[in-house]
Ligand binder design. Structure first.
Ligand SMILES: Cc1ncc(COP(=O)(O)O)c(C=O)c1O
Length: 364
């Protein structure tokens, strides 16, 4: 059996086809009526005032952080995808790495300790909603407000995660709608905020910083999303209840059927209804288990190894990173997507169980 690590959850072709035809006929290929429709939908879905669709979440994060002074410090987690770090690098910001807890969530206590240790020149905090398991945004927003700095969220995994009915966007939050994400449009990002000034700045920056003329007044870039991606994203949101309930079901199945083997799966923070972006387990035998699964045709990913301070390009300050480094060396993502069949998940579970029993029998 060959099981890929992910399969995008696409809307039925017959649903999108008339809209693709209409887009062709209109000749409007980049921000137009389908993008306007997506914006309205996301504002309602996330209960936010503003949404700026962009070409990718990576670009959205770069835009958000472009509002900060070059050379200033930004607090970020020790454990995340390299795009989080790269958003700082592109803006000439100095990462100050702070540790995460055993579920990969930035520690509020460590952030406070770090701010006490670095009282000067910290211009923002960048949190990550790891695997859709939301941070306590109320706590982080409070910490940032106490210091008078913005709180940004990398929510690449978290479109469709809810906490108290919505995701509090802090100063600004960026979701990913890339092909591997629960709401998938191939590529794209969605910045959300309740701050009208922030929205205006980011909107101009995402359109070359032109402010309506051909003279660049501020730094900017081409960050526009395409109509095709907006069509897919809109329909992915429409079908998200179904997508999420299957993701939840699969995740619970993994948790229940791997409860008695020596692996740990991340736990949902109380009160959070996550998007279930990834089923990530942790084990000291990660490398061997990974090789075994792959030899049996099961796609895996080491989300996210190495830890941020151990990345080749890293130049910054490490406040604390022990947990992040441990997670990086022990993490392994298993397939988790609605198209995964019951037979396939059973096969994967049996391989993991068989690995720990020391047998080569996948029917255990
Ligand atoms: C934590 C995190 N941040 C940012 C990104 C970048 O998202 P995109 O691929 O839409 O640029 C990813 C992508 O997987 C991610 O995992």
């Amino acid at each position: 059996m060959q099981i890929p690590i992910y399969k995008p959850e696409l809307p039925p072709y017959e649903v999108v086809e008339p809209e693709i035809r209409a887009m062709y006929a209109s000749g409007i290929l980049y921000p137009g009526p389908f993008t306007d429709r997506l914006v309205a939908e996301v504002q309602e879905f996330c209960d936010v005032s503003y949404c700026l669709p962009v070409a990718s979440c990576s670009l959205g994060l770069i835009l958000m952080l472009s509002t900060l002074s070059r050379g200033s410090k930004v607090i970020m987690p020790a454990f995340t995808f390299n795009a989080t770090l790269q958003a700082l690098e592109w803006n000439g910001l100095v990462p100050v790495v702070v540790d995460v807890d055993e579920n990969g969530q930035l520690s509020a206590a460590e952030v406070r300790a770090c701010l006490d240790e670095h009282p000067h020149n910290v211009s923002a905090i960048l949190g990550v909603h790891m695997w859709g398991n939301l941070l306590d945004t109320y706590e982080f927003d409070r910490i940032a407000a106490e210091r008078g700095i913005p709180m940004f969220y990398d929510a690449a995994h978290a479109l469709g995660s809810f906490d108290d009915e919505a995701v509090a966007p802090g100063s600004a939050t960026c979701f990913s709608i890339a092909a591997t994400k629960p709401v998938s449009a191939g590529e794209g990002g969605l910045i959300v905020t309740n701050d009208g000034d922030m929205f205006n700045v980011l909107q101009d920056a995402s359109s070359h910083g032109l402010y309506g003329s051909l003279d660049t007044k501020e730094k900017g870039i081409n960050g526009k999303i395409q109509e095709f991606n907006s069509i897919l994203a809109y329909h992915a949101i429409q079908q998200f209840d179904k997508t999420k309930s299957r993701r939840r079901e699969l995740m619970e199945y993994y948790r229940a059927n791997l409860a008695d083997v020596p692996v740990r799966i991340w736990e949902t923070r109380e009160g959070v209804d996550p998007s279930y972006k990834d089923c990530v387990l942790f084990t000291d035998s990660r490398d061997e288990l990974d090789a075994f699964l792959q030899s049996k045709g099961v796609g895996t990913k080491r989300y996210f190894d190495p830890a941020i301070p151990d990345m080749g390009s890293f130049e910054g300050i490490v406040h604390s990173a022990d947990n992040g480094r441990k997670l990086a060396k022990t993490c392994l993502s298993l397939p988790l997507y609605p198209a995964l069949t019951n037979e396939e998940i059973e096969y994967i579970i049996n391989i993991v169980r068989s690995f720990f029993k020391g047998t080569n029998d996948t029917s255990v």
